[in-house]
Design a protein around this ligand. Structure first.
Ligand code: SAJ
Length: 418
């Protein structure tokens, strides 16, 4: 077993660190966020996919410790830090990768291995991280230390897709490095898939999310056409799926949230414009279509109120679910945010309820225990995120009128499908 450092203890890094410790590696988790380190020292998991028991077990085994600083020695260092965009510039923000690389370079020893897991544009590992490690350590990449890229494929929430059962791409700048990286990941996942270069692995990861984001945008646009033509999109997509092959089922929604699907395609869109001098049209079009969905929800809500001779201004609207997808508590890039803001800008009194979200300060918040009995007090209910915890029978029975953005309820005279 190895001395492993995981830099970045978020939804990727903490499950990875815990899993590596579970199989016997000696793992140090490093994060600059004191709250994360304190939570771990208090033996409490802040990541839904890691239970308190799992965390406590590896802490008690002595195989896992958390720290704000790098340990003095390590065999493998894995970077699992965020790769967001710089505001609305459309430009990637690799500052977290750079600072993680600098931390690692300061203690990088000959013969060690560095793996980047954070999603990024092709060439980052070899053209940005390698020189940064060399500058900080004086060691030569591929000669004095091994370097590779292994994209994270975490699927947050109780989806059944786990770190262990999701095949893991592995890549490196040398055959020796690839063998070392493959051997490591073979101890923690069921299947590793070697690819020829880090850039191939970087592009593969982006393509996975670009394909999803684009097909969701396609379904979003076709769903609007179906609505205008009086065609049930879901009957249509289910009929299309009977073809049995070469079809995949992506459903329309109120918009695409999370810190992956809406962001990753823009990494490649930025790269093609800045390095190849041409746009990545599918990424830009999908972004435009998906980003138009929250306003479409607001428009449809206004039309439903109008049908009741009510204005949005002054109406009481309840939003069910603010997280970016069902059964998680993450609101990053959630479409609920622009939907709430759009309704408030039109004068609506908006209340939200979400059993998974701990912090919400954009509007009034109602606990799930309160909300069924108060449903009748609202002029309109909008189902934005269809958590399993909601009692859909009660909602259908008690709500005045519902705009269902997730096809979770049976359409009737009160329930309108987005
Ligand atoms: N969504 C739709 N329609 C769909 C599927 C999803 O509107 O048919 C929306 C969801 O409501 C959500 C957003 O898209 O707002 C993203 O949800 P998701 O579950 O599709 O994706 P994430 O962000 O939770 O995880 C994705 C996954 N990638 C793909 O599905 C290709 C996961 O496998 C990746 O590991 C993860 O990104 C990541 O970290 O890159």
């Amino acid at each position: 077993m190895s001395n492993v450092v995981v830099v970045g203890l978020g939804y990727v890094g903490l499950p990875l660190a815990v899993r590596a410790a579970e199989v016997g590696h000696n793992v140090t988790g490093v994060d600059l966020d004191n709250r994360k380190i304190e939570a771990i020292q208090e033996r409490t998991s802040y990541i839904e996919d890691v239970t308190d028991t799992q965390l406590q077990t590896v802490l008690d085994s002595g195989n896992f410790t958390a720290s704000r600083a790098m340990p003095g020695v390590f065999d493998i260092a894995i970077i699992a830090v965020p790769t967001p965009m710089k505001g609305h510039s459309g430009e990637p923000d690799l500052s977290y990768v750079e600072s993680a690389g600098q931390m690692i370079a300061a203690v990088l020893a000959r013969g060690a291995t560095v793996v980047l897991e954070s999603t990024t544009y092709p060439g980052t590992t070899e053209n940005l991280l390698a020189p940064l490690l060399e500058e900080g350590s004086g060691l030569i990449p591929s000669e004095d230390f091994h370097l590779g890229f292994s994209p994270e494929r975490i699927d947050p929430g109780p989806t059944g897709n786990t770190l262990q059962n999701t095949p893991k791409l592995v890549s490196a700048t040398t055959p020796e490095g690839l063998q070392i990286i493959k051997d490591f990941y073979d101890t923690i996942v069921d299947e590793t898939v070697p690819v020829s270069t880090p850039a191939t692995a970087e592009m593969t990861k982006l393509f996975e999310n670009i394909q999803a984001n684009t097909l969701i945008a396609l379904s979003n646009e076709v769903a609007q056409i179906c609505h205008d033509l009086g065609i049930d999109f879901y009957e249509m997509i289910d009929a299309a799926m009977t073809k049995g092959h070469s079809m995949s089922r992506w459903t329309p929604g109120p918009g695409v949230g999370g810190h992956c699907l809406p962001i990753d395609p823009l990494y490649l869109a930025w790269y093609t414009r800045s390095h190849l001098g041409r746009p990545f049209k599918f990424a830009e079009l999908a972004d435009e279509v998906n980003n138009s969905r929250p306003d479409y929800v607001v428009q449809r809500a206004a039309a439903m109120l109008n049908d009741q001779q009510k204005a949005v201004n002054g109406s009481k609207i309840l939003i069910l679910g603010t997280a970016y997808k069902p059964n998680v508590g993450d609101v990053r890039e959630s479409p609920a945010l622009p939907i709430v803001k759009g309704l408030q800008e039109r004068g609506a009194q908006v209340t939200v309820t979400d059993p998974h979200v701990d912090h919400w300060d954009l509007s009034d918040f109602m606990t799930i225990e309160e909300f069924p009995s108060y449903l009748k007090a609202f002029d309109l209910v909008i189902l934005v995120t269809d958590h399993d915890a909601f009692d859909y029978d009660k909602i259908a029975e008690a709500a005045p009128t519902i705009l269902d953005c997730r096809n979770r309820l049976q359409p009737n005279d009160k329930v309108v499908m987005l």
